[in-house]
Design a protein around this ligand. Structure first.
Ligand SMILES: C[S@@+](CC[C@H](N)C(=O)[O-])C[C@H]1O[C@@H](n2cnc3c(N)ncnc32)[C@H](O)[C@@H]1O
Length: 265
């Protein structure tokens, strides 16, 4: 069954307002791979398809399958890549992943954190990596940042808490070393690292817009009016204090976690 957070309705347009910032970690993740012969790629939680041009540029001949549980995201992705017949999509839950044949590369950018038990799902995903192939993952590691702390504080306080399922708040991700050990084993070479990005955002409430288009969606969707408007007003004000505008824009520090498991045979 889908958790409260996973039942989120996505707005691909809002999400793609930050496409460049959200795709950069994917570019950085893929730049660490040494895989010349990639024929089959699977992108888990592909969202609106923002990663597809990156994959296509690196592996022009590969067949690419995007997997996502959101109809809205998949519709947007299919529109974006309509002219590329080598890219197909599957509406499915990552936890139930089934592939007819192994993939040379399985990637996932900013998606697994939506599955509370994602660490237990990693072995299932790894079994679909072909010999000589790799699993490459990026996850956010910013759950103690003010954006998330404030969201949890507001959501847990009156008068909002009665409307909000505590499971709709994303659970913090683990440490890079935890994930490295999760995917380690005989026949696997494992790498991991983390990067703290400093995104420069524009607009009046850019950090609110950022989180409202992703991690805060389940909370916002749970609130009826007029509570929603009040919550948005208060949360925006707190975010403006935590992330004040500067002469170059609003700076959003964002820690991201990366790991790669390469199958050596
Ligand atoms: C934050 S978006 C990431 C989109 C894209 N990968 C990117 O690089 O920006 C997370 C995506 O994961 C999908 N997702 C969350 N839980 C999922 C699950 N259990 N199975 C499949 N997709 C899931 C969501 O529908 C959403 O499109």
């Amino acid at each position: 069954m889908l958790s409260a957070a996973q039942q989120t309705l996505w707005n691909p347009g809002d999400y793609l307002n930050f496409a460049s910032e959200r795709t950069q970690p994917f570019i950085d993740l893929l730049s660490r791979l040494q895989l010349p012969d990639v024929r089959r790629i699977v992108d888990l939680g592909c969202g609106p398809g923002n990663g597809m041009p990156v994959l296509r540029a690196l592996w022009p001949q590969a067949e690419i399958l995007g997997v996502d549980s959101s109809e809205q995201m998949l519709q947007q992705a299919a529109r974006t890549t309509a002219s590329d017949t080598g890219i197909t999509y599957l509406h499915a839950d990552i936890r139930d992943l089934q592939l007819d044949e192994p993939a040379d590369l399985i990637v996932s950018n900013a998606a697994l954190q939506w599955i509370p038990e994602h660490r237990q799902v990693l072995p299932r995903i790894q079994q679909f990596v072909a010999d000589g192939g790799a699993l490459a993952v990026q996850l956010p590691g910013n759950f103690s940042a003010p954006s998330h702390r404030l969201l949890a504080e507001f959501a847990g306080a009156e008068p909002y808490r009665a409307h909000i399922d505590p499971h709709s708040l994303l659970q913090p991700t683990a440490e890079v070393s935890d994930y490295m050990l999760d995917v380690a084993g005989e026949g696997w070479d494992v790498t991991g690292w983390e990067t703290r990005y400093h995104h420069v955002l524009s607009g009046e409430d850019p950090v609110f817009d950022w989180i409202a288009s992703a991690g805060a969606r389940p909370v916002l969707q749970a609130l009826p009016e007029p509570l929603l408007s009040r919550f948005v007003r208060e949360y925006k004000a707190a975010l403006r204090q935590a992330y004040p505008p500067t002469e170059i824009g609003t700076i959003l520090p964002f820690r991201r976690l990366f790991f790669i498991a390469a199958r050596t045979g």
